[in-house]
Write a protein that binds this ligand. Structure first.
Ligand SMILES: [Ca+2]
Length: 179
């Protein structure tokens, strides 16, 4: 009886410690850019500034964007991945844990505004970096959403209704702007 109670007490203690550790991690990620930031389990971390989730489910571009947004937390918005530099593009390509085949495509958060013809990021990023595959963007009549070829990391404009795997990106350092 004593040992059963002891086991139970240890289990409760373990649960309490685990849950307080988990909240502490989210806290440091959400409220300060000065402490070490943390990505949720299963997300790849880049420069303590952003986290990426590779989703194997295939969805249209707008469904994929909505799915990514559903992971947002206060101070840590999530969208389809924006890519601001060659270094970030290479990181995203190389960190991909999903099985890859040639010309396997994944949605990223780049779309062509059909009013202006300009390419814009769904998370509002204003970077000018791009990494088009040869002869892209081909700007076919239905090609307004951008995917990344998994193996090369190059980009292609494609039909937004196609179902592709996709990459979500969580921004960790925007929270201090809203405090
Ligand atoms: Ca194309």
């Amino acid at each position: 009886m004593f040992f059963t109670n002891l086991k139970m007490a240890l289990l409760i203690f373990h649960l309490l410690v685990s849950s307080s550790t988990a909240s502490a991690q989210y806290c440091s990620a959400d409220i300060s850019s000065h402490t070490k930031t943390m990505c949720p389990t299963g997300w790849a971390s880049y420069n303590n500034a952003s986290c990426y989730l590779y989703v194997a489910t295939t969805l249209s571009h707008s469904e994929a964007e909505a799915h990514c947004q559903s992971y947002s937390k206060p101070g840590a918005p999530v969208h389809l991945a924006s890519i601001g530099s060659k270094e970030e593009n290479t990181f995203i390509r190389d960190a991909n844990p999903l099985p890859m085949v040639a010309f396997d495509s994944q949605w990223i958060g780049y779309v062509q505004d059909q009013q202006t013809g300009q390419f814009v990021w769904t998370d509002g990023s204003r970077g000018k970096y791009d990494n088009w595959f040869i002869r892209q963007p081909s700007q076919g009549p239905e090609e307004h959403c951008i995917s990344m070829f998994s193996l090369s990391g190059t980009w292609n404009d494609d039909d937004c209704d196609k179902a592709f795997k996709f990459i979500c990106k969580m921004h960790l350092r925007v929270s201090h702007l809203h405090i």
